[in-house]
Unconditional design. Structure first.
Length: 312
């Protein structure tokens, strides 16, 4: 009998939110996505021990941030050898407010993959959905480098990403829900009332009803119920634990999102409007800033690990 994961694959592109190679092999997602937290975890695993050692030796004498980039690409390249689709690779969170530096870093990532025999059609460049990150994506898209705009929590961000021609956005379901649970003193929500689920549904409806090509990929799930509530979304990036839970469940999974049922009105977002609407959304403002800080913290931890191993 087909599992819920099988049903989900019939209507949604399933992406693995992990750097765990064995989990990717076992669960067979179409794509993979990484961030500094996942790369840090992968770098500390037994599987990548040789890769870490070889990369540190090959990059000996270089700045730890350069070694971290090389290691990130090495992990991404390993994942690209397993999945048939794309691997998302993150631009350093410290560049989230610097458009020119983000573009430069993205091109370095693309070049590093090309040196390993992987063309830009196999990767997505991940950028934080700040105004500056969105402008970097706009420039990169014009050069044929597809981008994944991450840390997305609001309609203002989603509209700006669409205006910029971004290939894909990653609205963060679980982190939105976390904020509202704390703010409202609620322990849980029914799937249809879940603020994170409702946010992605609004964005999906806006995109589909206005013929926007940007792919919607729900991310940061806390429960399988959140995933199920977004069945039919273009893509969903899901942890190995939740993928396994869905694979073990042989129940039916109805489609919840469909382009035919979408409705909404298109409106462009200029910089003052973007900044004001983001400012007025306390959840989005706080979670965007927090997400950038957390990715930065894990990037620093990765560089510290590299420095320790290089000195050993």
């Amino acid at each position: 009998m087909a599992s819920k994961l099988d049903h989900l694959r019939d209507m949604t592109v399933v992406v693995a939110d992990t750097g765990d190679v064995e989990a990717v092999r076992r669960l067979k997602p179409q794509d993979c996505t990484t961030n500094p937290s996942l790369v840090l975890k992968a770098a500390g695993s037994e599987y990548f021990a040789t890769t870490v050692g070889d990369t540190i030796r090959a990059e000996s004498g270089r700045d730890p941030s350069d070694v971290a980039l090389a290691l990130t690409v090495a992990v991404g390249a390993e994942l690209a050898g397993i999945v048939p689709g794309r691997v998302s690779t993150e631009v350093d969170a410290r560049l989230s407010f610097d458009t020119a530096a983000s573009i430069d870093r993205a091109k370095r990532i693309v070049a590093a993959y090309e040196a390993r025999g992987l063309g830009k059609e196999r990767i997505l460049i991940k950028l934080a959905s700040t105004w500056e990150g969105i402008r970097a994506a706009e420039a990169l898209q014009k050069e044929g480098i597809d981008c994944n705009l991450t840390l997305l929590f609001s309609m203002a961000q989603a509209k700006a990403c669409a205006d910029a021609g971004a290939y894909l956005i990653s609205p963060f379901v679980g982190r939105i829900t976390d904020w509202y649970k704390k703010a409202e003193g609620v322990e849980s929500y029914a799937p249809d009332e879940d603020p994170g689920v409702k946010s992605v549904r609004r964005i999906y409806d806006h995109y589909k009803s206005n013929g926007i090509d940007t792919v919607v990929m729900g991310a940061s799930f806390r429960t399988a119920a959140q995933v199920e509530a977004l069945a039919g979304c273009d893509r969903l990036t899901i942890s190995p634990e939740l993928l396994q839970e869905l694979d073990d469940d042989e129940g039916d999974l109805p489609r919840r999102l469909s382009p035919a049922a979408a409705s909404g009105t298109a409106t462009a977002v200029d910089e003052p409007t973007f900044r004001w609407e983001l400012n007025e959304d306390a959840m989005a403002t706080e979670k965007l800033a927090e997400g950038i800080r957390k990715f930065h913290a894990d990037a620093v931890k990765l560089e510290e690990m590299i420095s320790r191993k290089a000195a050993a």
